[in-house]
Each structure stands twice: as C-alpha cells, then as structure tokens.
Design a protein around this ligand. Structure first.
Ligand SMILES: Nc1nc2c(ncn2[C@@H]2O[C@H](COP(=O)(O)OP(=O)(O)OP(=O)(O)O)[C@@H](O)[C@H]2O)c(=O)[nH]1
Ligand SMILES: [Mg+2]
Length: 317
C-alpha cells in the first residue's frame, strides 16, 4: 500500500495519530482541588465542590478529549486517616481509583506543601501505582510566590521520583492545558471508551442527589454535613418537559433534623431552591424538587446507603 501524504492522513484523522484512551486518577488529601480540576478538564460541573474537606464520597468519572486521546479522569474522595465506616469506604474508593488508572496524578496544595497527610499518601502510593507513571500536580499556585513553588517542586521530587511535575491553578486554569496535553500522550493506544459527546457517566439521579448534598454542606455547619446522605427517591418526567424529583435527606438524629429544617423550614427551603436551580441547569430544563428530611440513626451501617452512593460496603465495625 502506498504511503499516505501528511495531508491525506490529516483529512482522515484530524489529530493524525492513532486513538488513545485511558484513565487518569486524581488523588490527594481532602480539599486539594481534585473535583475542581475534574470539572475544569471536562468543561462542566459534574463533581461537587465546597471549601470543606471530604466533600467527594465516591469516584466520579469525567471525560476529556485532547487531540486523538480520550482521557477518562477519575475524581476520588480525599485520602485521610479513616475513623468511621463511611470514611473507610471513601478511602478504599480513592485507592481503588488509583489501582485502576493508567496514570495517577497526586495533587497537593501549593501553600500547604509536604504535609503529614501527603507523607502518609507517599508511604502507600507505590504499592498502588506499581510501575505506572505518577505525576505530581501542585495546585492553587495562585496563592503562592513563584520562588516558593520551585522550592516545593524540588523538595517533592527529592522525596519521590515523579514522572512529571505540573504547577497549576484548577480554579483559574493556569497550567491545566499543559497537564492535559501530557496526560494525552501518556494514555495507552486504543479505541475510545465513550462517545465523543459524553462527558460524565453517573446517572442523573445520582448527580442530582450530589448537587443537593453540596448545598447542604455549604449551608450546615460543623459535623452535620458529614452525618447526612441524600438519595433521589422518585424521578418523574412530566408532559410539559419538566422533571419532578423527590429526594430524601437522611440524618442520624432528631436534633439534626431540626437544624436541617431550620426555623419554620427556612433552611431546607433555601437549600432546596439552590439545589433546584443547579439541577435545572445541569438538565437544561425546569425542575420541581421536593426534599424530605428523615431521621435514620443507623444509615451509616446500611449497605443500601453505600450502594446508592456508588461505594462498596466495608465489613467490620
Ligand atoms: N485558590 C484556589 N482555590 C482552589 C483551587 N482549586 C480548588 N480550590 C478551592 O479549594 C476548595 C476545595 O476544592 P475541591 O475541588 O472540592 O477539593 P477536593 O480535592 O475535591 O476535596 P475533597 O472532595 O474533599 O477531597 C474549594 O473551595 C475550591 O474552590 C485553586 O487552584 N486555587
Ligand atoms: Mg472532591
């Protein structure tokens, strides 16, 4: 067969290269900015973000395309020392994300540097990453001076050999294109796993429950956000094109129910209207959202609550 000219090749295959596809796991301490980066990489909000730690509870996949490569980003829960059963399920899910990935991105916060938490992750990382490449992603560089960033890069690379180091701001996008290009080159050759226009693979009822949990986390204080979970119970498509969605917020105690409802139900009303607006935006059509708060003292010990979140149920106490 005659060799093709560059022009002919370009006409057939825009990127002029064989397709690549693989998984890039984003791991790191809680609050490192993993979900913010996932959303930026896919260009839409598919993973919830708050200023509080332990926002993400299960793996969230988002798909980005760079040239001939489809990069399946895997946002994971933050890695920390687990205490509760839910913590253990979250940390197990995070490491499982790294285990399944072609490339692991360890995200750290520029201004916090090599913390005890990062040390703990490094101590376990090799066992999970094996011989697959691990990139160091130093995030939140908008909060740091350049010279301090170079010192941190050197310190981290002295601690462990990283395949590459990136200095980024997931929030404002600095450095993110370089990271995406590098990841594209690191993906194995192979056919794309998702259709070209698909950016997320979680069912809409799960995304809708997550949006409501984000609003609860932003509104409620201290331990309460960690002691609740949200599930979509019913989802009805209406003839006028809108969706009628009923969700349940499970809390552990009667007192928590009172706080979540607020005086005259004002708190839950505000949460519901913020969640409704975001769900409607994600769906691209009107939404009627109904929230019910239920006391369920043992929800953290119920297998069904974990599967609804996309988590494996950890055995033991
Ligand atoms: N200044 C600054 N803030 C950022 C940046 N990236 C993320 N943040 C903020 O950091 C906080 C945590 O971001 P998330 O994306 O939720 O962090 P995460 O790593 O997913 O956290 P967990 O889900 O709890 O593990 C949020 O308030 C973000 O707005 C950044 O580049 N610069
Ligand atoms: Mg997150």
């Amino acid at each position: 067969m005659a060799e093709k000219t560059a022009d002919e090749t370009a006409a057939e295959e825009p990127a002029g290269a064989a397709p690549r596809c693989g998984f890039a796991a984003l791991i790191g301490e809680p609050n490192a900015g993993k979900s913010t980066l996932l959303n930026r990489m896919v260009g839409q909000k598919i993973s919830i973000v708050t200023h509080k730690v332990q926002t993400t509870r299960a793996r969230v996949r988002g798909v980005a395309i760079e040239g001939a490569a489809q990069i399946v980003f895997v946002d994971t829960p933050g890695l920390f020392r687990p205490r509760r059963r839910l913590d253990r399920a979250m940390v197990a899910a995070a490491w499982a994300g790294a285990d399944d990935a072609d490339v692991v991105c360890l995200m750290i916060e520029a201004h916090r540097g090599l913390t005890e938490g990062v040390e703990a992750i490094l101590a376990t990382l090799d066992a999970h990453a094996g011989d697959r490449p691990v990139a160091l992603v130093i995030n939140k560089i908008d909060r740091m001076r350049r010279d301090a960033l170079l010192a941190l890069t050197a310190e981290m690379n002295a601690r462990r050999a990283f395949a590459a180091t990136f200095l980024i701001s997931a929030e404002n996008g600095d450095g993110v294109d370089d990271l995406r290009r590098w990841l594209a080159g690191a993906m194995p050759e192979g056919p794309w796993l998702y259709p070209e226009d698909q950016i997320a693979d979680a069912p809409m009822r799960v995304i809708a429950a997550e949006i409501t949990r984000e609003k609860l986390t932003l509104r409620l204080h201290e331990e309460l956000p960690y002691q609740l979970t949200v599930e979509t119970e019913t989802w009805e498509e209406r003839e006028d094109g809108s969706a009628r969605i009923e969700q349940v917020v499970y809390v552990g105690r009667e007192g928590h129910k009172g706080i979540a409802l607020g005086r005259k139900g004002e708190t839950i009303k505000a949460i519901g209207s913020a969640a409704r607006a975001d769900i409607a935006e994600a769906l691209g059509r009107p939404v009627h959202l109904f929230l019910t708060v239920k006391v369920r003292p043992d929800w953290e010990r119920e297998r069904d609550r974990y599967s609804a979140m996309g988590l494996d149920f950890p055995e033991g106490n």
